[in-house]
Design a protein around this ligand. Structure first.
Ligand code: X2X
Length: 337
């Protein structure tokens, strides 16, 4: 035994230097988890990242997208834990899906906090965004860049929704997030938490009457095919996407590659945000041509939903951090438009 220890030390002494000086050891493949694949903007963001990294590292860093949260058997709210533990190397994830592990991410789910794109940008691009990234780091994951799933709108198969009273008693599929449960309960609806994988089947059998997702998702997933007739554009919240890395994977990579991956994530994120915002009008036209009725709310109609969900702030601001919520409100109020 002693001899083997000695020879091991000798090996390190002989080969240690050269091993350190040669190229880092790369995995054959690094996994990138997403929920939605291409052609959803979310999947496109991840694919763009993969392409840029491939090009700029001359194939040294081989990222591969696994969509449908398949690396966590479709349990999208487990994605962050898997990213932290190393089961997943990289991810482009929604703030909603990671909020059970990172309380601060619930900020973006607060109803009617962000009225427009400028408000989202004021948060993600400012000190609030830095604080959110710091919270993710504290949870053991390396945040790299922002993307966007989009303003989430309400669809249903029952009736046009213009007032909180219209959603009363409606069975609504929501993501597995306790805050969403509270928002829809505050409206008098009957929310059911389920993964994206279960959402369309539940809509098509009529197990639920409605759901909420960005227009891109409503269109690409062809929600009209599962009986969804009405879309209410209430813009009650928008979920940013976050590009991130497992910490050990990140630290195993040479500094130069980390820089490339980081910059590629920023570029892919910016590209996807711009593109998905630019596509909204076309999406609406498609939904209309497929026979969906689009309900636009007036300011006062939207205010009625805001008032009906105000209790969510009382419940959630302490968990998110009162000062973070306050800082976010100020950043939104002072945003440049
Ligand atoms: O499950 C959803 O609704 C989705 C696809 O938008 C998210 O992953 C947050």
């Amino acid at each position: 035994m002693r001899k083997s220890v000695v020879s091991a030390i000798a090996c390190v002494a002989v080969f240690g230097l050269s091993a350190g000086a040669t190229a880092a050891e790369y995995k054959d493949e690094y996994t990138v988890s997403t929920v939605l694949p291409t052609p959803f903007p979310w999947g496109q963001a991840a694919e763009r990242w993969v392409e840029l990294v491939d090009e700029r590292t001359d194939g040294r860093v081989n990222l591969k997208v696994y969509s449908g949260a398949q690396l966590v058997s479709g349990n999208q709210t487990q994605e962050f834990s898997a990213l932290r533990s190393g089961l997943i190397d990289f991810a482009v994830g929604s703030t909603i899906n990671w909020s059970p592990q990172v309380q601060e991410l619930n900020l973006f789910s607060l109803p009617f906090l962000m009225p427009d794109y400028a408000a989202i940008d004021a948060l993600t691009g400012g000190e609030v965004g830095d604080r959110i990234f710091a919270a993710i780091e504290r949870q053991g994951v390396v945040p790299l860049a922002w993307g966007e799933n989009g303003f989430r709108e309400l669809t249903n198969s029952v009736r046009p929704v213009r007032t909180p009273g219209d959603v009363e008693g409606m069975k609504i599929r929501v993501v597995g997030s306790p805050l969403f449960q509270d928002t829809f309960e505050a409206l008098g609806a009957n929310p059911t938490q389920m993964s994206w994988a279960d959402a369309k089947p539940a809509l098509s059998t009529g197990a639920v009457d409605g759901q909420e997702n960005p227009l891109s998702v409503i269109q690409i997933a062809k929600m009209w095919e599962v009986g969804q007739e009405y879309v209410t554009r209430w813009h009650y919240m928008a979920d940013p996407l976050i590009f991130a890395a497992n910490r050990d994977t990140w630290e195993s990579l040479p500094e130069a590659d980390r820089e490339i991956i980081h910059e590629a994530a920023r570029e892919a994120g910016r590209w996807e945000i711009e593109k998905s915002r630019a596509e909204v009008e076309d999406r609406i036209a498609t939904l209309e041509s497929e026979g969906m009725e689009i309900i636009e709310l007036s300011d006062s109609e939207r205010a009625a939903f805001r008032e009906a969900t105000a209790s969510v702030y009382d419940e959630w601001a302490p968990r998110i951090g009162e000062d973070l919520v306050e800082q976010a409100r100020e950043a939104v109020a002072e945003r440049e438009r």
